[in-house]
Design a protein around this ligand. Sequence first.
Ligand code: NAD
Ligand code: TYD
Length: 351
Amino acid sequence: MRNILITGGAGFIGANFIRYWVDRHPGDRMVNLDALTYAGNPENLAAIDTLPVYRFVHGDINDRQCLEEVFAGEAIDTVVHFAAESHVDRSILGPDAFIRTNVHGTFTLLEAAKAAWGDFAGGQRFLHVSTDEVYGSLEAGAPAFTETHAYAPNSPYSASKAASDHLVRAYHRTYGMPVLTTNCSNNYGPYQFPEKLIPLTILNALEGKPIPVYGDGRTIRDWLYVEDHCNGIETVLEGGRPGEVYNIGGINEWQNIDIVHLICDRLDELQPGAAPYREQVTFVTDRPGHDRRYAIDAGKMQRELGWSPRHDFASGIEQTIRWYLDNRDWCDRMRSGEYQNYYRKQYGRQA
Ligand code: NAD
Ligand code: TYD
């Protein structure tokens, strides 16, 4: 039985992870520490929050004292670190919070774990959840990112995640901390904040708004269903070697415009509007520094840990579209307040 500290568990992937974990490891204690920024919503954990094995702590990973209390009070032996500012466009509009949380917050968390865990003789694990974006942009046809690909981050977001990866690595090399790092491709699925491409497309289509596609729409991302990411993290937590990095990906590259069209066409069938939803697609100015292509080589996960994605894109996107159709109230609540200011700055109009 483990005592797991999950940071950022009220966000998209963290909430999916907690839901995934309680099903499979019902004896483990889970402490979710989350600052509840615009992206965090305790509602994402409805029905989990009453379980005796679960505790929510409203706290910031920059708050050393709060972390110390949690590590000591809960006898934490495992950390799964999701907490981050995660949206590239926001990092372009205002990078400060990204440096504060992703860099300094990760540093503070590492320091707290090191102080609490001493000589690391207790079988502890610190899993740092990172992104493929640290590797920068791939040329068309170039081989997918392996774990040894050089870091070349291009946005304040990816630079801040790269910095956190380096700190995590250094805590292993210098102090012997039993860390594991996962670099994953773009996730999609339930509970993703509607500022990201897939939920934004679904909601703007249904609400009769322009569907913004940056540049020529031919930018490529590798998409992984969020449950497969959770399963990948579980696999690394249980079988990964301390100090190692594991790339997790969907082996599922798509041009943005093709995903947008696919969503529009499926919505035409599920909830037809007055005109085909594709007519709402609007090409807008490209994102500055926009990475042209990401692709993950998940061969190490496959070879060493026997992991591969279980969901194909057709079923994953179907479940995702249906989830957003069934959870319009959740979307409305997530988008109230601060999100309206962001949307106006980013797209020049009301969300
Ligand atoms: P998210 O933005 O949906 O959620 C982030 C969570 O962290 C929120 O609940 C927020 O309240 C919390 N948080 C932010 N700052 C905090 C702080 N200072 N202290 C405590 N909590 C704080 O993000 P996500 O999409 O769930 O991503 C989770 C992690 O996975 C991030 O580290 C991200 O870099 C990484 N990642 C995401 C993707 C993706 O496609 N979403 C892909 C690869 C890796
Ligand atoms: P996003 O979901 O923000 O993830 P990331 O930038 O971390 O990959 O964006 C996915 C892709 O979709 C990316 O190439 C940018 C593009 N995009 C648009 O074309 N329009 C939009 O409104 C958004 C949010 C993203």
